[in-house]
Design a protein around this ligand. Structure first.
Ligand SMILES: CSC[C@H]1O[C@H](OP(=O)(O)O)[C@H](O)[C@@H]1O
Length: 355
């Protein structure tokens, strides 16, 4: 993988197909350097997902879809009319890249549906069309859910968001930040308090970058400062994204979301989870069934080049937690809003089976 001089990226064009290759915003370098990484194989895309070059549930799904395009091109080049058998190893590599965001598996399943409809000829053009459609559908879904979520907000009010559920974490516009963008445009946002989001700092590095890019008033805070802010009575909503919503409405999201929701409940602050229906997983019954990714403790023991803990210190680094549905006031999707979510309401939302 190499960085490239393709100009950009801005928050809304984090994934681009250009001259037969996938260009991904190198999110590990932001906000100091805005560069694309050029990827030409499915293996490179899988590694980019694992290493969090690209991160954010919908963005991971979009990247994987383009990874299937690269896999199809390589499979046909090596196996010709037997490409459908040859592609399987790359599909497995993409599926093994990260375990929690269901959008990864949803996107690969959608691309498998496309593969099933193809013959033994070169699949490249058809797979690229399918990946591009999936990408644009996610962007459109986020604009829709952004507007639906903004309608729930009585402003002007302060908002808290955690991690980065922005344009760069999706196919465009963002989920939690999509709601915030639409609410800001409607004059409903006084300030957005962005949790820095230890240890990977998606809030400090990416959410602050996105909101400042859009001229939306953002105030960075330590994750541990959120509860006392809510005690002050100026915060109307906590608005977050999600990596997987179980069939009963339990929500997996970035580590730190669960305590945020507990504090919100205590202080009478409402909690909104903004996610496309590709994040809802009816095959996962409840939050306890969601695989929670544990990443290298080194991400926690240091910060950039600085060693934080003594050499040899043990550490644990779960990077997601589960917020029970009972702590969620609204799940906002492109298909509609579920207030006080439960299994019956989630099933009703998904009943028309488009996702
Ligand atoms: C719009 S989904 C973003 C979602 O993904 C983040 O996790 P990660 O940065 O590890 O991919 C976080 O949970 C966000 O809410």
């Amino acid at each position: 993988m190499e960085t490239t001089t393709l100009s950009g990226p801005t928050p809304d064009d984090a994934a681009r197909w250009h001259q037969g290759a996938l260009y991904l915003a190198e999110q590990r370098l932001l906000p100091e350097r805005a560069e694309y990484l050029r990827l030409e194989t499915a293996g490179e895309v899988a590694e980019a997902i694992r290493a969090m070059v690209v991160r954010g549930a919908p963005a991971i799904g979009v990247a994987a879809a383009y990874g299937v395009v690269l896999a199809g091109r390589d499979a046909y080049a090596t196996a010709g009319s037997s490409w459908k058998a040859a592609i399987e190893s790359d599909l497995a590599r993409l599926a093994a890249s990260r375990p929690t965001a269901v959008n990864l598996f949803w996107a690969i399943r959608r691309m498998r549906d496309c593969i099933a409809d193809l013959g033994t000829g070169d699949p490249y053009a058809d797979l690229l069309t399918a990946a591009r459609a999936l990408h644009e559908a996610d962007r459109a879904a986020n604009r829709r859910l952004g507007d639906l979520g903004a309608e729930l907000i009585e402003g002007p009010t302060d908002l808290i968001t955690h991690c980065n559920a922005g344009a760069i974490a999706t196919g465009g516009y963002g989920t939690a930040l999509g709601v915030i963008r639409s609410a800001f445009a409607a004059g409903k946002v006084r300030r957005v308090f962005a949790d820095e989001t230890r240890p990977w700092m998606q809030g400090a590095r990416l959410t602050a970058w996105e909101l400042m890019h859009d001229g939306i008033p953002v105030v960075l805070q330590a994750d541990s400062a959120a509860a006392s802010l809510m005690a002050g009575g100026t915060v109307g909503w906590v608005i977050v994204g999600s990596d997987r919503i179980a069939a009963n409405g339990d929500v997996a999201n970035k580590i730190g979301t669960y305590p945020l929701a507990i504090a919100a409940k205590y202080h009478g602050v409402k909690v909104m989870v903004a996610a496309p229906t590709s994040t809802i997983d009816l095959e996962t019954a409840s939050g306890q069934d969601i695989p929670i990714e544990e990443r290298d403790p080194a991400e926690l023991l240091g910060c950039g080049d600085q060693q934080l803990a003594p050499a040899g210190c043990l550490a644990r680094n779960p990077v997601f937690d589960v917020t029970p549905a009972a702590l969620v006031d609204a799940i906002v999707t492109e298909r509609g809003v579920v207030m006080q979510p439960n299994a019956e309401k989630i099933r009703a939302l998904m009943a028309d089976g488009v996702a």
